[in-house]
Design a protein around this ligand. Sequence first.
Ligand code: ZN
Length: 86
Amino acid sequence: MKTLGRALKAGVKGFADAFAPARYQAGGVQIRCTHCKGEMFREHEALLNTTGATLVNLDWLNKSGTALLCENCGLIQWYAKKPDRK
Ligand SMILES: [Zn+2]
């Protein structure tokens, strides 16, 4: 899925503006980084609307999502529903 990878990278560009790091919950469960177990994340909203997604027939991805970036290690987790800021 080379094209999808490029598309997602393009969507991740321009993420510089961010809220201050905070804790979040999704589905009533506190979100932790799956890599470093960190609890502080920066939140970014991004459109997943890309030419790449259309090319590989993933138009269902063409909506906004919320990305949480681990403050400690930088891992990105995507949520289709906006997580609750705590
Ligand atoms: Zn982490």
